[in-house]
Write a protein that binds this ligand. Structure first.
Ligand code: UTP
Length: 295
């Protein structure tokens, strides 16, 4: 029997250079999507999938991340005094959301290196990895399905999404074989950020993973790859091509996903989330229609 998954690892130690100067002194994961920082959606997603133990990989300039999930006693006291129960509940929600842990990466030497920093906390259990700047729309199901596929196959599972050929150089791209389930593929190889002419498919790895602990010794042995960074994709490629520890499966996601580390996608995320909100949506959409017909 495999072990049930209870731990989520959220790497959030990247420098966020695509979003400078906003990220000069503030983590990109704290950028708000309407009225919540992007990172809160990611932690909520983990908790909704039953993962209440969350380890965040942070670094210098990332204190705001820890503070966001801590108590804010002065604000709580103020809101209580004013009788503002709704806002009080909202700030207590992020405080009580999950059992939060933090570890620093020291030097941002790549996503694979960040995941390796979780080894002591994770131990010998399978675990999930959610990238702190990748948002999956809460109306679409992904992580639960990945956990199901992990439990059926006792193997690592990554989330895949079809991208345009001119986008392959931005992602890890998979070589795949079909399985009996229409949304699941078996991955036989992975390559990080290939040119369109070298890309083995249009299936790109997006920021959700369910990993067997066997990934750790492989990461330890992984040399720096694309961009001089230790790439999680390279370690997953070893797992996929050797078939060790059940190999690697992919769940092909067709729902809504936003990369909040990219400026255009970040703007799209805000518009789509705001439009779907009961409190802001109707007024916002009405305004948006007039605005788009005037530009
Ligand atoms: P990205 O490449 O999107 O993040 O890494 P980045 O380096 O912060 O962004 P840019 O390209 O400079 O704008 C994907 C994820 O991996 C984390 C990032 O925080 C992000 O969630 N990461 C990346 C780390 O935790 N450590 C690293 O060394 C690199």
């Amino acid at each position: 029997m495999g072990m049930p998954i209870s731990k989520a690892v959220i790497p959030a130690a990247g420098l966020g250079t695509r979003f400078l100067p906003a990220t000069k002194a503030m983590p990109k994961e704290m950028l708000p999507v309407v009225d919540k920082p992007a990172i809160q959606y990611v932690v909520e997603e983990a908790v909704n999938a039953g993962l209440h133990d969350v380890l965040m990989i942070t670094g210098r300039n990332k204190n705001a991340l820890e503070n966001h999930f801590d108590r804010a006693t002065e604000i709580e006291a103020q809101l209580e005094k004013k009788g503002d129960k709704r806002r009080l509940q909202e700030i207590l929600h992020s405080t009580n959301l999950a059992n939060m842990h933090y570890v620093r990466q020291l030097d941002p030497r790549g996503l694979g290196h960040a995941v390796l920093r979780s080894q002591m906390h994770v131990g010998q259990e399978p675990f999930a990895v959610l990238l702190g700047d990748d948002l999956i729309d809460p109306r679409d199901v992904l992580l639960e399905r990945m956990i199901e596929v992990h439990d059926q196959n006792f193997a690592s599972v990554v989330a895949l999404m079809e991208v345009e050929p001119n986008q392959t150089h931005l992602y890890g791209i998979a070589t795949v074989e079909a399985t009996d389930a229409p949304d699941v593929v078996r991955i036989t190889g992975l390559v990080e950020k290939p040119d369109p002419k070298d890309a083995p498919s249009r299936l790109a790895v997006i920021g959700r993973y369910v990993l067997q602990p066997d990934i750790f010794p492989i990461l330890e042995a992984t040399e720096p790859g694309s961009g001089g960074e230790i790439q999680l994709t390279d370690a997953l490629n070893s797992l996929a091509s050797s078939g060790v520890a059940g190999g690697v499966y992919g769940v092909v996601f067709t729902g809504r996903r936003y990369d909040t580390g990219d400026r255009l996608d970040y703007l799209k995320a805000i518009v789509q989330v705001a439009a779907s909100r009961d409190d802001l949506g109707p007024d916002f959409v009405a305004w948006l229609k007039t605005f788009t017909s005037s530009v």
